[in-house]
Design a protein around this ligand. Structure first.
Ligand code: NAD
Length: 471
């Protein structure tokens, strides 16, 4: 165990204050303890909010150049600490090292750089006729993050909040606090003014709830499950405080009849299985033309079976374990129930592949009714459902037949046709033919996938209040 991963303090007013209780952090691949984190109390939350409010008096009056300077300094610290961030992510999430590098750490670093850049170029105000529209920080942002991409989520929230001139109180998920500690170390090294970011790890139902309920928190930025998101939204609504909610998904990858089937299927399988399927925006429903259904299922099964599941530290590994034994059992249960209702197992299954670690093989299910729970509920594991469609209108109707609307994909040889289909999908993001993720584009959901958007200029606006001054 790396000794520095034993962390027993909360960060308040730029001081590490020891807590009497800590909780262990487990490596999902080995099931061994890899570190520990403080368990904050409600009094700690109160002190953290006071620290953030106090810090906001100065930080909220800084110009955008000063904010960009801090974000640049943070970026430099994260770059120099990249190896430790990767190691912590592999240890606490169980992400394969190549996934931890690209999709967790490097993406988080890129996001911080993007906020520095936007802040530096952001106008202090806009003009509409005789009105000067002042863009002002919304105050203290409570940032509550999940365990699946802890560092990326943190960067999206704290980066935007700092660029907006807000101060924050951060609570990471209980299972993955280690990378958040390293991010806070980087902020201190970067010269952050006292109290601008405060860290209070601990239980969601205690520490998370106390942040949401605290009258000194002006905005809550929550990423997590739809169930908890509703609860957060209810409490925030009672106090008329803004809640940005990034929640679950069951996104559809729509393959049109003119698409290159092989690259569409391979791209969709890889996106569905990324991070062992624990990605909110994963395309977990693959919609293919009915006349090519059997062929597509076979391709998806063959590609899934060929994926390497195993030790996250091995650079050839494509899928590590899922986060916990509880999560593994819930995923396996969803698959078993679907099979009992008549789904066909085209690849994978629920058998263990190792006596240590919460591993699951990438699983492809076919012959599932689109109304079946496995085609509707977020499973949050490496499980792809392949459904047939009867043309563009039917594909769009099936894609939209979901309580969620976070992401999606369209595959077609014709860009205009793909764009037309994307424009009829009720979802926050659509990638055509496997296009790159854009960290400047708004990210967030329709329907039960949440409220508000993160990333880029729109992400900063979530933490901004406007004052219109008529001159
Ligand atoms: P979760 O809802 O259980 O927990 C998320 C965070 O909320 C954790 O920090 C937890 O401690 C805290 N929390 C729990 N109860 C709380 C309460 N009553 N008040 C305040 N905070 C509370 O979610 P999870 O299991 O950690 O994460 C997985 C879920 O997150 C999935 O549903 C996934 O789709 C979703 N997710 C969404 C996005 C997105 O951007 N839309 C991104 C990643 C994950």
């Amino acid at each position: 165990m790396t000794t520095s991963w034993i962390r027993d303090a909360v960060l308040i007013d730029n001081e590490w204050r020891r807590c009497p209780t800590v909780s262990d952090v487990y490596n999902p691949a080995t099931e061994e303890v890899v570190g520990s984190a403080a368990t904050a109390s409600i009094a700690d939350v109160d002190a953290a909010v006071r620290s953030a409010r106090n810090a906001g008096k100065d930080w909220g009056r800084t110009d955008t150049g000063t904010r960009a300077d801090l974000l640049d300094a943070l970026h430099a610290q994260l770059v120099s600490g990249r190896d430790r961030l990767v190691a912590a992510t592999v240890a606490e999430v169980g992400a394969p090292v190549t996934v931890a590098e690209a999709s967790h750490v490097d993406l988080a670093i890129e996001i911080i750089a993007s906020f520095a850049d936007i802040a530096r170029r952001m106008p202090a105000h806009d003009t509409i006729g005789n009105s000067t529209i002042l863009r002002r920080p919304a105050g203290v942002v409570g940032c509550i993050t999940p365990w699946n991409y802890p560092l990326y989520q943190l960067a999206a929230k704290v980066g935007a909040a700092l660029a907006a001139g807000c101060t924050t109180v951060v609570k990471p998920a209980e299972l993955t606090p280690l990378s958040t500690y390293l991010f806070c170390d980087a902020l201190l090294e970067a010269g952050m003014a006292s109290g601008v970011v405060n860290l209070v790890p601990g239980r969601g139902s205690v520490v998370g709830a106390a942040i949401v309920e605290h009258p000194g928190v002006d905005v809550v930025s929550f990423t997590g499950s739809t169930t908890v998101g509703r609860q957060v939204g209810r409490v925030a609504g009672e106090q008329l405080k803004r809640a940005c909610l990034e929640l679950g998904g069951k996104s559809a990858s729509v393959v049109l009849d003119d698409a290159d089937l092989s690259s569409a299927v391979v791209g969709s399988v890889e996106a569905a299985m990324l991070n062992s399927g624990q990605t909110c925006s994963a395309w977990t429903r693959l919609l293919v033309p009915r006349q090519r259904y059997a062929e597509a299922v076979e391709m998806a099964a063959a590609h899934s079976e060929a994926m390497t599941v195993g030790d996250p530290l091995d650079r050839n590994t494509q899928l590590g374990p899922v986060i916990s034994g509880q999560q593994r059992a819930a995923i396996a249960d969803s698959v078993e129930r679907a099979l009992a209702r008549g789904a066909r197992l085209a690849a994978g299954g629920t058998q263990t592949i190792s006596d240590r670690g919460h591993y699951l093989r990438p699983t492809v299910l076919a012959d599932v009714d689109r109304a079946d729970p496995v085609a509707r509920e977020e499973i949050f594991g490496p499980v792809l459902v392949v459904l047939p469609h009867d043309g563009d209108d039917d594909a769009i109707e099936t894609a939209n037949d979901s309580e969620y609307g976070l992401a999606g994909a369209v595959w077609s040889a014709d860009r205009d046709r793909a764009l037309a289909v994307a424009g009829r999908m009720d979802t926050g993001q659509v990638d055509v033919n496997g296009a790159d993720f854009n960290p400047l584009a708004p990210f967030g959901g329709w329907k039960n996938s949440g409220l508000g958007r993160e990333l880029g200029r729109v992400g900063i606006d979530e933490y901004t209040e406007l004052t219109a001054v008529q001159l």
